[in-house]
Design a protein around this ligand. Structure first.
Ligand SMILES: [Zn+2]
Ligand SMILES: [Zn+2]
Length: 1002
């Protein structure tokens, strides 16, 4: 459609703007002052549904937000969905819990408190006092949960804020105790010794779940090709490669693949390979000697370039059993293992493809196996019965018994191992073949970004063997939105290891595991009452405190096997236990089963999905599988991440992060909400002020229609009934359209397809309501128009229904619109209305015909634009050539005539789909065009002078002599169109290119 015609309705209000943030604050006051939310809850409380007489309940389960920082714009995306769905169901009369959740315990809070206090390590925390530290963590949670609550209210979210749940609550912690006891009774809980990923700063293991793909960083490390002299062979070496030289002290074996072909490669000692670095010192004593290295045959060329000769090749199995020496064999800890395990220490072993597959893509085909310092290494060692050498403590410092390395930090000083090897090489043994920088993806701590190491430690696990199948069944019971969620969850279930649930930290769930130091027996305590009953010592110190460290640590119970006193293990729990229990704890599963049965399972949970398949979704499913063997929710709704306008991740350091407070004060909550819910939740959402401007423009179009209505219609003329009997074709059409729309919105919201619901509303108010209905109906709103009552009744009905439809999405804006058209007998807030019913007034035949009309109009206006003829210039005939057109009623033909400004519309059922305009201008048509021009000019003068529609004016026209008689002829018509009391028409002999017009208010 040509732009000049686009916003005629808006043209009345060109200077009008709408200050979203300011208006929203007024509405917040209005809601609060009048207790609107409380009235809504009251309205739906125990609401019986018509048919069954049972209460209508809709159970929403909130995923707890970490109360650790102010809310970001990405949180507001999810909160908008949550609020929208709850508001929609409330309008449908469902009773709801409206419970918000805060996630409180765990490393994320600890790390921030450590930063606040300037702590560097766990030693600082212990020196400060665990009790004081834990109190600080609680304070931080309190502070940020208050801030997030205020921010959420500002977003328009309606929740029972006084009743938010906190995962640090006694109730939540004891609920997890009950769960863990059940795990123990079922035999799922065990203590395992494993090589685990470990953060040396946080001093704790990370579970597999916590090492997300995004925590792998591109990091360049020095990699080293090192040579191991084979025992009993002269000048013959195994050439091995590693990207983690710090683990070399833990070397136990070298693994080969029995099927790969290995070659013995001869190299001359004095010729430095081209690609070698400074550091690959070739010892002078070996000059001119021939050195022989074993490597995978396919890698020989890559490693040695051209200066080599292959003297023989064998399958890997032939190398198995070879023994070798290494540069660290003199260290006491290493010697000890060598003496104790002479058969397995420093031997070539065969790998297991399922544990540690060997490829010939990089490296040498011989793999350094450090049993204590790598997960695969540990698994292979376990399978082959290899010993291990523990080399680092919890901060990654080398342990005692490692000579000059003891006490040095393996990650902070990675050079010490390489420097040592290089120096030793200078003394005669060619330990180092080459050192080169190597870029790889290396895991870091998700909390503090420190590079991880691997350590062998005792940790506690929930075994997944028996749970895998029931979990898969549960995943299949749930509806996943987007649908790919199901595959992702199943994929994770297939690949996950046992769940590592312990952490060697302070602020978290106190794992209720009591392990006897004497006989090794352990027990799990399932409740506070049980603990009290079993306590032999320390109850007085604990009583009155929350079940956290350090208070709970003072309790001792008696070992059931050997009668010794037993303390709790010091570990705290994985934080996903805290969030995973909420379908039970927040619905009082352990203390009020009837209540729990009323609300369990939840209809839906709604969270950002990156990460949650392994975390919150997963932990809820596991806990529900153990406790009830059923799904804790019917639907899981996931949405992606918020990125900036260019599609890049938002980062504080990049300077492109937008804070919620900043955004909401700048553009208001509702435009943000509208933007959020229009997005496809499966894809990252681009957020920024330019895209919001576009949203604002559209919302303003809607606002202008309400303003148009309240400007042209006095409050006393507002219809008392929201029914209309208007027979006008446009009225019948828009009523049909909005009833149709109500059905579409409801259909989509019922299947949680929020974007399609909202896009349909937007299409309605822009394309149907503004660009067609209001524009074509404007004249009928004039005071003396015969169709006025029908138009008023119709538009009123449409505006009221529209306000209800947008109420769940834009609670402020809809309220503001509603207040403009509200009369005394109506509910005080739009949010106290029931969801509108589609009243079966959809007339599809009419809708289809109107589509045809609009299609023809678009084509015809396109023709006009192509011919350069203004729409104001009337033309004689429009011929429509189409096979498809229906027989159009004369009212519809009139719409075409008016809109295209032609005298006649002729139809011709030709195969071609086109329109043809008769562009010949007769004198009469030219005169009419001129009169229309003048009418438009007068109207724009009225507007410039700020006159209201009802203001009467006096007009003075100066036209050429020739035109004067034409004007005189049309005087009556002009008076009416100008809404003028009097017209004076002068003529001037000078040729005029335009008309002179003067108006004044009288
Ligand atoms: Zn860390
Ligand atoms: Zn015992």
């Amino acid at each position: 459609m040509p732009t000049e015609r686009r916003n005629i309705c808006c043209a009345y209000f060109q200077n009008m703007s709408y200050n979203f943030p300011e208006k929203e604050k007024e509405i917040l006051k209005f809601w609060e002052g009048n207790g609107i939310f409380e009235k809504l809850r009251e309205k739906n409380k125990g609401n019986p549904s018509g048919r069954s007489g049972r209460e209508k309940r809709w159970s929403f389960l909130d995923g707890p937000i970490t109360a650790n920082n102010p809310m970001g714009v990405h949180h507001a995306w999810g909160r908008t969905y949550k609020d929208l769905l709850q508001r929609y169901k409330a309008m449908q009369g469902f009773d709801e819990r409206y419970q918000n959740g805060f996630d409180c315990q765990g490393l994320w809070v600890e790390v921030e408190v450590e930063k606040e206090l300037g702590f560097k390590s766990k030693k600082d925390i212990e020196a400060y006092g665990i009790d004081k530290f834990v109190e600080k963590c609680k304070e931080r949670v309190k502070k940020y949960s208050d801030i997030q609550t205020a921010q959420s209210i500002r977003l328009g979210q309606w929740m029972d804020w006084e009743n938010s749940y906190f995962t640090m609550s006694d109730e939540n912690n004891y609920a997890i105790w009950s769960f863990l006891k059940k795990c123990w009774e079922k035999g799922h809980l065990y203590k395992g010794r494993d090589s685990v990923p470990w953060c040396p700063r946080c001093g704790t293991a990370l579970s597999q779940h916590e090492i997300l793909t995004e925590e792998y960083k591109e990091i360049t490390h020095d990699s080293v090709y090192f040579s191991l002299p084979i025992v009993g062979k002269k000048n013959e070496y195994l050439l091995v490669w590693t990207t983690t030289p710090w683990t070399l002290l833990a070397n136990i074996a070298v693994a080969v693949d029995e099927k790969i072909e290995y070659a013995l490669v001869e190299v001359k000692g004095n010729e430095k390979p081209e690609h070698s670095t400074e550091l690959s010192a070739r010892p002078s004593t070996l000059q001119n000697k021939v050195l022989r290295f074993w490597v995978a045959k396919d890698l020989a060329e890559k490693i040695f370039k051209q200066d080599f000769k292959i003297s023989k090749t064998v399958k890997g199995e032939k190398l198995v059993g070879l023994k070798y020496a290494f540069a660290f064999d003199h260290l006491p800890k290493v010697e000890e293992v060598a003496e104790k395990f002479p058969d397995t220490f420093h031997t070539v072993v065969v790998t297991d493809d399922r544990i540690m597959p060997i490829t010939v893509e990089d490296g040498t085909g011989l793999v350094h196996t450090a049993v204590s310092a790598g997960q695969e290494d540990f698994q292979l060692g376990k399978k082959l019965g290899l010993p291990l050498i523990e080399i680092i403590d919890e901060e990654a410092n080398y342990l005692d018994g490692l000579g000059e390395f003891s006490g040095q930090n393996a990650k902070k000083n990675p050079k010490i191992i390489l420097d040592y090897l290089v120096n030793e090489s200078k003394k005669g043994m060619p330990w180092v073949f080459e050192i080169s920088p190597y870029k790889h993806r290396y895991p870091t701590c998700w909390r503090c970004k420190t590079e991880l190491v691997w350590r062998v430690v005792d940790e506690w696990y929930i075994s997944m063997d028996k749970l895998r199948k029931p979990l898969e069944d549960i995943v299949n019971e749930i509806t996943w939105i987007p649908a790919f969620g199901k595959e992702r969850e199943l994929d994770w279930l297939k690949n996950m290891h046992d769940w590592l649930i312990s952490k060697k930290r302070y602020w978290g769930l106190a794992l209720p595991i009591f392990e006897c130091q004497k006989c090794g027996h352990f027990e799990v305590i399932g409740s506070k009452e049980e603990l009290k009953k079993r306590a032999i010592e320390g109850w007085e110190d604990f009583d009155g405190n929350s079940p956290h460290r350090p208070w709970v640590d003072s309790i001792k119970i008696k070992c059931k096997k050997c009668k010794k006193l037993v303390s709790r293990i010091k570990d705290v729990g994985n934080p996903w236990l805290d969030a995973g229990i909420v379908p039970f704890s927040t619905m009082h599963y352990f203390e009020n089963k009837p209540y729990w049965k009323k609300w369990f399972p939840a209809e839906i949970v709604c969270e950002s999905f990156p990460g949650q398949f392994k975390n919150w979704f997963y932990s809820m499913l596991v806990m529900s599988a153990v406790l009830e063997d059923t799904a804790p929710m019917k639907t899981i709704f996931g949405y992606a991440s918020v990125v900036d306008e260019k599609g890049e991740e938002m980062h504080k350091s990049k300077g492109n992060a937008i804070w919620f407070d900043e955004a909401v004060e700048k553009v208001g909550a509702d435009p943000m909400r509208w933007l959020y819910v229009k997005a496809n939740p499966a894809e990252n959402m681009r957020f920024g002020y330019h895209v919001i401007e576009e949203v604002n423009r559209k919302l303003l179009t809607l606002y202008n229609i309400y303003t148009f209505f309240s400007t042209y219609v006095d409050k006393k003329d507002f219809p008392s009934d929201t029914k209309t009997a208007s027979e006008h074709i446009l009225d019948k059409w828009i009523i049909s359209k909005i009833n149709h729309l109500i059905g579409i919105v409801e259909f989509n919201l019922d299947k949680y397809d929020v974007a399609n619901a909202v896009l349909a509303i937007e299409d309605f108010f822009i394309n149907d309501l503004s660009l067609w209905y209001v524009r074509r109906s404007r004249k009928r709103f004039h005071k003396d128009s015969p169709g006025r009552t029908g138009a008023i009744e119709t538009l009123y009905y449409v505006l009221l229904q529209t306000a209800k439809l947008i109420a769940p999405v834009m609670p402020f804006f809809s309220e503001q619109m509603y207040q403009k058209i509200k009369t005394e007998n109506m509910p005080e807030s739009v949010h106290l209305y029931d969801w509108p019913k589609s009243e079966n007034q959809a007339d599809f035949d009419l809708e289809q015909k109107m589509d045809e009309v609009r299609n023809i109009v678009n084509l015809a206006l396109g023709e006009r634009a192509a011919e350069g003829i203004k729409v104001r210039q009337p033309l004689a005939t429009l011929s429509v050539k189409s096979q498809n057109f229906k027989v159009l009623e004369h009212e519809l033909l009139d719409l075409i005539k008016d809109e295209v400004n032609v005298k006649e519309v002729a139809f011709d059922s030709n195969i071609k789909n086109e329109v043809e305009l008769d562009t010949r201008l007769t004198e009469t048509l030219k005169e009419e065009g001129m009169i229309r021009d003048i009418i438009r000019l007068v109207q724009s003068h009225r507007k410039e002078q700020g006159l209201k529609p009802e203001d009467e004016i006096s007009v003075r026209l100066s036209v050429s002599e020739k035109d004067q008689s034409i004007m005189e002829k049309s005087k009556e018509f002009l008076l009416k169109e100008f809404r003028a009391k009097e017209i004076f028409i002068d003529s001037t002999s000078q040729p005029l290119t335009t008309y002179e017009i003067k108006i004044k208010k009288i």
